[in-house]
Write a protein that binds this ligand. Structure first.
Ligand code: SF4
Length: 371
């Protein structure tokens, strides 16, 4: 059995754009050693120690929000995606684009149920250009000025820019001016172009994903970073992913959180090739090593959507300090055959039973006005 490598001390520093944290970062070799180590408990304790330094008050946060998928049409054909429908052919009859009134009604319902934000994402559709998104965002903010709009992954923003003949900077600026508040980390999968080419040939490259997030940070917007693992990537490629995110955070400080989840193979082309889903041990290792490697990102999320509530709870002792959303609607993971569900009360009980204080947060991880 290989012991987990030792870690050391902490101090605070400032990033060039947003304030950021810096403990003592893990080296690549240490991250690889942790992945190969059988000492799961030792790894968990190391990650928990970092979590405790960053969040000494023992609070675990959650948000109440809703996922709205404005369209499931998409041109990218990612092999891991069960959600999209092509624009042409037999399956196109199952495609939709939500009308604005339907989206407004979903947001009104979200606010009525105590929600503070909306995570809005969709497929890539060449007919949806910048003016469609501007009208949508303005329409939402005029009706619901308090709702936080955390919308459009990097690949959507790149597509809007391309279809509208705009630069990435101008696209983000126009979306922001119309009401976009922050950008989710979706579309990252594994930030290694060999993996991306294998599982999502048409989707944006690592450099393009980074460009969108860097530009958003430079424009003063916060974003999250995600990772979808378990697609036969090597351990080196997982560390490449961590490295891309850590370096951009060193440069900008703009990421609020890191959110890893495992590939859900059901109903996907990739799953049809006989894929085994990542195990709980694999998930907990990724979570803990991300907490150690991404020591300059304040929040790491333990996920119940793909892992279920019991693994989520364990994840709070493997570096997680947030449990994500009491989601009022989720379609993408559900399309891949995974339908874990929960309530606010259940999440609070799970957090308390793990020895933490549950607290509702907003999209920027602020808790002070909500409890
Ligand atoms: S993951 Fe996103 S970009 Fe890829 S096919 Fe699905 S909806 Fe389209």
């Amino acid at each position: 059995m290989q012991p987990a490598p030792a870690r050391v001390a902490a101090n605070w520093t400032r990033g060039p754009i947003f304030p950021t944290i810096k403990l003592m970062p893990l080296t690549r070799q240490q991250a690889l050693d942790y992945f190969r180590s059988d000492d799961l408990i030792g790894l968990g304790m190391e990650a928990d120690a970092v979590r405790k330094r960053l969040h000494p008050e023992g609070v675990v946060t959650y948000i109440i929000d809703r996922n709205i998928n404005y369209t499931n049409f998409c041109t990218e054909y990612c092999t891991f995606c069960a959600f999209y429908r092509p624009l042409k052919g037999k399956q196109s009859s199952e495609g939709y684009i939500l009308d604005f009134e339907t989206i407004y009604a979903k947001i009104a319902e979200t606010l009525e149920m105590g929600g503070t934000g909306v995570l809005m994402q969709g497929g890539l559709h060449p007919d949806l250009k910048i003016d469609w998104f501007e009208r949508l965002l303005r329409g939402i903010k005029q009706r619901f000025p308090s709702i936080w709009l955390h919308c459009f992954s990097a690949s959507e923003i790149l597509a809007i820019a391309e279809y509208s003949d705009l630069s990435v900077r101008d696209t983000i600026q126009r979306l922001r001016d119309a009401g976009l508040d922050s950008i989710p980390g979706g579309g990252a999968e594994i930030l290694d172009d060999e993996v991306r080419h294998r599982i999502a040939r048409l989707k944006c490259s690592t450099a393009d994903w980074v460009l969108v997030h860097r530009t958003a940070h430079q424009l003063g917007m916060r974003t999250t970073a995600t990772m979808m693992f378990g697609v036969d990537e090597t351990l080196d490629q997982r560390v490449n992913h961590f490295d891309v995110i850590r370096r951009l955070q060193e440069e900008t400080g703009g990421f609020t959180a890191f959110i890893p989840w495992s590939f859900q193979p059901k109903n996907t082309a990739l799953g049809g090739r006989g894929w085994d889903e990542a195990t709980a041990v694999d998930y907990l290792k990724v979570l803990a090593i991300s907490r150690l490697y991404l020591d300059n990102i304040e929040n790491v999320q333990s996920s119940w959507v793909t892992q279920g509530l019991k693994v989520l709870q364990l994840g709070l002792r493997f570096g997680g300090n947030d449990v994500g959303s009491v989601m009022l609607e989720e379609n993408v993971v559900r399309a891949a055959g995974t339908s874990n569900c929960t309530t606010e009360e259940e999440l609070r009980r799970i957090i308390r039973d793990a020895g933490f204080v549950p607290r509702q947060r907003d999209t920027l991880y602020r808790t002070m006005f909500l409890n």
